[in-house]
Design a protein around this ligand. Structure first.
Ligand code: SF4
Ligand code: SF4
Length: 230
């Protein structure tokens, strides 16, 4: 899932200067699971903005709304024609889709989008995938060296690992230490004999914005209809 954290309220307030109608938009997907952008957080932010407006006599008309997934336009019909300011509690993807759906609105981010990761205990989320576009998890015991090694080494460890911790941050496990131990458990240490060759990074972010076309998508697929402008 996509991991995000809340922006400090003063930063959000600074983005609202000149606004009159403000809609705080929550998303029930990733940012809700991260506990930063779901219905509850959208309502809390809405209350904080309304209070600020009242105290500072801003005259903002503030309300909140939470949709199933802000990154899919089929869930954004309640925003049709909206021309005020949207404080997006969705990730950066959702915020951009909302802006495309409401071209006359001003969409501002209420969260900082960080990475693709997974929960690791209550309220803790850790990066797991860098979206490199050419997955090699089959060579690394299911542990991503690109996202989880501080140096994104394809052939590790680097030599700085101590007691299973990364030399860059002792709070972080060394990904390559984990990979070697996992390969040993799986009886696949032979994989370490062959170096992983230099990568072709073109499928990664280096080639500019990526477009994935799923040829098996059904004709009724909402995203495809949207891309085709139906
Ligand atoms: S190898 Fe690439 S696609 Fe696979 S988990 Fe790592 S970053 Fe993600
Ligand atoms: S100590 Fe491990 S995780 Fe840290 S940079 Fe070196 S190989 Fe990567």
């Amino acid at each position: 899932m996509i991991i995000a954290e809340k922006k400090p309220l003063p930063e959000v307030l600074g983005m609202l200067e000149g606004s009159s109608e403000v809609l705080v938009l929550g998303c029930r997907s990733c940012t809700a699971i991260c506990l930063v952008g779901g219905e509850r957080e959208a309502m809390e932010t809405c209350e904080a903005l309304a209070l600020h407006s009242e105290i500072k006599d801003k005259g903002w008309k503030v309300r909140s709304l939470t949709v199933e997934r802000a990154c899919e336009r089929e869930f954004l019909t309640p925003l049709n024609g909206f021309k005020g300011t949207v404080v997006s509690m969705a990730c950066g993807v959702g915020a951009q889709v909302v802006q495309e759906h409401c071209p006359d609105a001003r969409v501002v981010p209420g969260v900082n989008t960080s990475n693709m990761g997974a929960p690791e205990g209550t309220g803790t989320f850790v990066e797991r995938c860098a979206g490199c576009g050419d997955c090699i998890l089959h060579l690394t015991a299911g542990i991503c060296p690109i996202a989880r090694c501080a140096k994104s080494l394809l052939n590790g460890p680097c030599g700085g690992s101590q007691n299973g911790r990364c030399e860059v941050s002792p709070d972080t496990p060394c990904a390559w230490d984990q990979i070697v131990k996992a390969l040993e458990r799986q009886g696949r240490l032979d994989l370490l004999d062959a170096n992983i060759p230099p990568r072709d990074w073109r499928p990664s972010r280096n080639g500019g914005p990526r477009r994935i076309v799923n040829a098996e998508a059904s004709p009724g697929d909402a995203q495809r209809r949207w891309r085709e402008g139906e």
